[in-house]
Design a protein around this ligand. Structure first.
Ligand code: NAP
Length: 286
């Protein structure tokens, strides 16, 4: 706990529910944010098992927590316990942030908007009108695909190991932009059309650091290659893309900004993003 913070009977309570949870960097990031913003609040990690999720969510209301983040494996299941779900989270089918509005629990999803804010601020890309190749069709892919569609991208090719999931996600996204589901073996047929190539699969994430989501020989210098993974900070996919002359963008900014949006929904104040990034970078380096 930082020296200038005192927990007293006015301290506002926040936390994160997940299973597992002890690896989470959200507590250090959000506690730093509250202290930087001089808000009397504290954020803790709760190891909530699937069978205890309903009770844990009811506890938000009864104990008067102002807000909670929800992480793996609860992002979908938690929705049934909430009073209201924001449109974006409903379409994506997952909630990662709960705001307690005087006893009414409202669910949001800040993953997709967090990714888009990081991508735009860190690369300067203008997304409107672009064609994107998005690898993966899991929970993270859903949020990111919807957020990209809302940014006005012209077309999203969704390629997944299990093609049916990509086809199904393309159907969900099609009301918002052109979308097509592919198998990973079909990536070569569209790669020349796309400007942004984005990995949302877990291929390459620690400890599977040697895995690649697609053959990197297909990448060209005109591609911007982005990866949601931030452990390791630079995946093998990004390293090989850079060696082929492409610009690269890693997943740490998405983590920071999904937390920044949660902070903003809870407090109504803008998040101290630089301090949040500094403390997470320091923790990852340790
Ligand atoms: P998920 O729902 O379990 O989905 C995993 C996806 O990866 C599926 O599309 C799966 O394909 C694919 N996949 C897994 N192993 C693969 C392999 N060896 N080769 C090709 N495809 C493979 O997971 P998620 O929640 O979407 O998370 C995905 C990644 O995003 C994770 O690495 C996570 O750390 C990262 N993420 C980062 C942030 C951030 O803040 N930066 C936030 C959320 C997630 P199938 O459908 O065929 O199984």
């Amino acid at each position: 706990m930082e020296k200038d913070r005192t927990i007293d009977s006015h301290t506002i309570l926040y936390g994160v529910f997940g299973d597992p949870i002890r690896h989470s960097r959200s507590p250090i990031m959000l506690n730093r944010a509250f202290s930087e913003a001089r808000i009397n609040a504290v954020y803790a990690a709760f190891h909530v098992l699937p069978q205890g999720l309903g009770d844990a969510v009811r506890g938000i209301r009864s104990l008067g927590y102002r807000g909670v983040n929800v992480t793996i494996p609860h992002k979908v299941e938690v929705m049934q316990y909430l009073d209201e779900i924001d449109e974006g989270a409903r379409i994506v089918g997952a909630v990662n942030t709960i705001v307690n509005e005087g006893g009414k629990l409202v669910g949001y999803n800040t993953d997709g908007i967090g990714y888009v804010r990081s991508l735009k601020e860190e690369t300067g890309i203008v997304l409107k009108g672009k064609t994107v190749l998005l690898l993966g069709a899991g929970g993270a892919a859903r949020g990111v695909a919807y957020a990209l569609a809302k940014e006005g991208v012209a077309c999203i090719y969704l390629a997944n190991r299990t093609k049916e999931r990509a086809v199904e996600l393309a159907d969900t996204i099609r009301p918002y932009t052109q979308a097509k589901g592919l198998g990973l073996d079909e990536v070569a047929s569209v790669i020349a059309e796309v400007e942004l190539v984005l990995n949302t699969t877990s291929a390459g994430m620690h400890p599977h650091v040697d895995e690649l989501p697609m053959p990197t020989e297909l990448l060209q210098p005109y591609h911007l290659v982005s990866d949601l993974i931030y452990n390791p900070r630079i995946t093998k996919f990004l390293r090989e893309a850079e060696a082929r002359g492409a610009r690269i963008h890693g997943g740490l900014g998405m983590f920071i900004y999904q937390g920044a949006y949660a902070f903003e929904y809870w407090t109504g104040s803008s998040a101290p993003v630089a301090a949040m990034r500094q403390v997470v970078e320091q923790s990852l380096a340790e």
